[in-house]
Design a protein around this ligand. Structure first.
Ligand code: FAD
Length: 239
């Protein structure tokens, strides 16, 4: 571990008590494909994180959720780290949850931090001036302040209406913290078929990406795979 490169925390944005976006400046040249993950560590504990930034950007951006002790090990440490402090970083990005441009349409389903790899894919695609592909992001959270990239996705939808669509849903509409919400409600896995139909997507041209909570992925797969949809998944932990 002593030989691992380090990365400095250069920006931090708190979304809620247990969710934050962090930008890291690696001491090495770090290359990755949109959709891949970086393995970072502190105090000898390492965990993988999907990269939200795009390869063209100067920093590595992550969207992290605190898993409080006793379950969580690294995130309580990361949660305490301030600007200027460092984490270790495995030098090579990993993962095959990457964009498959052979499909025209991409339904990108996420629970909270699971939106990170889609942000990387969409930013890079638009940066390169891509055209022809369409991204439909469905993000589910318990609370309205947990989406992380909703402002960016809504802006991208406004600026690129033929390329990006964003739908956010909350699973606990009755709670006070969600009082201002006027959008979609229900767990995102229960809405996948509704939005495949609403967007007029077709099996031959569509890849459904599922990322985040393993329970969401399991349920969505049970709905989609027997019905003939192509599905690709990235589970953030084991059930
Ligand atoms: C490919 C990949 C990409 C990932 N990308 C992200 C990411 O972008 N953002 C992010 O916050 N996490 C991501 N994770 C999860 C991350 O690697 C850690 O597992 C998580 O941050 C918790 O670490 P920990 O050491 O605090 O807890 P761990 O020691 O890993 O233990 C966590 C335990 O708590 C439970 N748990 C409850 N909620 C969560 C949760 N949200 N994440 C993980 N476990 C949970 C599980 O049962 C798990 O076994 C990713 C995981 C994988 C495999």
């Amino acid at each position: 571990m002593a030989d691992l490169p380090i990365a400095k925390i250069v920006e931090r944005k708190e979304l809620s008590e247990d969710l934050w976006i962090v930008k890291l400046k690696p001491e090495i040249d770090y290359t990755f494909k949109p959709g891949q993950y970086v393995t970072i560590g502190s105090e000898g504990i390492e965990r993988p994180y999907s990269i939200a930034s795009a390869p063209y950007e100067p920093f590595i951006e992550l969207f992290v959720e605190l898993v409080p002790p006793p379950d969580g090990n690294l995130t309580p440490i990361l949660h305490r780290l301030d600007l200027g402090e460092t984490v270790t970083m495995r030098p090579r990005a990993k993962g095959i949850f990457t964009l498959e441009p052979a499909y025209q349409d991409h339904l990108m389903v996420a629970t909270v931090t699971g939106v990170a790899p889609y942000i990387s894919m969409i930013r890079q695609y638009l940066h390169e001036g891509g055209s022809g592909l369409r991204f439909f992001v469905l993000e589910g959270a318990s609370y309205t302040d947990e989406f992380g990239y909703d402002d960016e996705l809504m802006e991208l939808e406004r600026d690129h209406p033929d390329t990006v669509k964003f739908l956010a849903t909350i699973s606990r509409p009755a709670e006070k913290r969600n009082a201002s919400w006027a959008g979609e409600t229900g767990r995102v896995n229960t809405l996948v078929e509704k939005y495949l139909a609403a967007y007029g997507l077709e099996r031959e041209n569509t890849l459904v990406h599922l990322c985040g909570h393993p329970g969401m992925i399991e349920d969505a797969k049970e709905r989609l795979t027997p019905a003939g949809w192509n599905v690709k998944e990235e589970r953030f932990w084991k059930d």
